[in-house]
Design a protein around this ligand. Structure first.
Ligand SMILES: Cc1cc2nc3c(=O)[nH]c(=O)nc-3n(C[C@H](O)[C@H](O)[C@H](O)COP(=O)(O)O)c2cc1C
Length: 215
C-alpha cells in the first residue's frame, strides 16, 4: 500500500477480528513507529503491551472509553516527562507522532487501531502499571486485525479555507472559536467525576453520555 493510500484509507477501528496480533508483529510495529520524530531526539517513549482482559476492563471500569471493552490488545504509550521544554508539552507531541506512525503502519498490515485518550486519570494508570516517576501515560492504542466484514468509511472532507491560512489567522469565524460556558461546565464536571473514588459504580450511567461510534 502506498503511503498516500494508507493515509487516505486509515480509519479508527473499534471492533476487531478475534485472531490476536502476534508478539513479533507487535514488536516490528513498535520498532518502525519509533522512526517518528521526537523532541531533541530524546526518544523517551515506552510502550506497554496490554493483552490481559482484566487490565483492559480495569481501564474501562475506572472511567475509560467503551472501546476498551471490545479490544483484546492495546498499547499503553508512555513518554519521559522530564523535558526542558515542558510548556510546549514536547513529550506529548513526540508520543503522538509515534502513535500516528503506528496506526499507519498497522493499517498497512491489515491491523486496525483506535487512539484512546478517554481514560482514567494518569496517576491511577501510573500506579496500576508501575510507571517510574519520570514517565507519564500519553494514550492507549487498541488494535487488532480487521474483521472480514469491515465496511470502509469515507474520511470527512475539509476545505482548504477551513484548514490553511496564509501568514496570520484569517479563517472564517466559527462558533467553536470561543470557549463557551457549557464547555467550562463540562470540564468541571469531568474533573469532579475523575476524583470520585467510587467512580466504577457510576460507569453504566456515565456511559450514556459517551459518544458512540459505528465500529
Ligand atoms: C488524541 C485522540 C484521542 C482520541 N480518543 C478517543 C477515545 O477516547 N475513544 C474513541 O473511540 N476514539 C478516540 N479517538 C479517535 C477519534 O475519535 C478519531 O480519530 C476521529 O473520530 C476521526 O476518525 P478516523 O480516525 O476514523 O479518521 C481519539 C483520537 C485522538 C487523535
Amino acid at each position: 500500500m502506498e503511503l498516500r493510500e494508507a493515509i487516505a484509507s486509515r480509519r479508527s477501528t473499534r471492533t476487531y477480528s478475534p485472531e490476536p496480533v502476534g508478539r513479533a508483529i507487535v514488536e516490528e510495529l513498535v520498532l518502525q513507529a519509533t522512526a517518528a520524530p521526537s523532541a531533541c531526539n530524546r526518544q523517551g517513549w515506552r510502550f506497554i503491551h496490554l493483552g490481559d482482559r482484566a487490565d483492559l476492563d480495569w481501564l474501562h471500569r475506572r472511567g475509560g472509553s467503551l472501546v476498551l471493552r471490545s479490544a483484546r490488545q492495546a498499547l499503553l504509550v508512555c513518554y519521559q516527562r522530564n523535558t526542558d521544554n515542558a510548556e510546549w508539552q514536547d513529550n506529548i507531541q513526540s508520543a503522538a507522532a509515534a502513535i500516528a506512525y503506528f496506526q499507519l503502519l498497522a493499517h498497512e498490515m491489515g491491523i486496525g487501531s483506535c487512539w484512546i485518550c478517554h481514560l482514567p486519570p494518569p496517576r491511577e494508570i501510573v500506579l496500576k502499571f508501575g510507571l517510574p516517576p519520570a514517565y507519564m501515560p500519553v494514550a492507549v492504542v487498541t488494535f487488532g486485525y480487521y474483521k472480514e466484514d469491515r465496511t470502509e468509511r469515507e474520511s470527512s472532507v475539509n476545505s482548504r479555507q477551513r484548514l490553511l491560512a496564509m501568514d496570520r489567522w484569517d479563517f472564517p469565524v466559527e462558533e467553536t472559536d470561543t470557549l463557551t460556558v457549557a464547555f467550562m461546565v463540562r470540564t468541571a464536571l469531568r474533573k469532579f467525576y475523575y476524583v470520585l473514588p467510587f467512580r466504577s459504580l457510576l460507569r453504566k450511567w456515565v456511559e450514556r453520555y459517551e459518544k458512540k461510534f459505528d465500529e
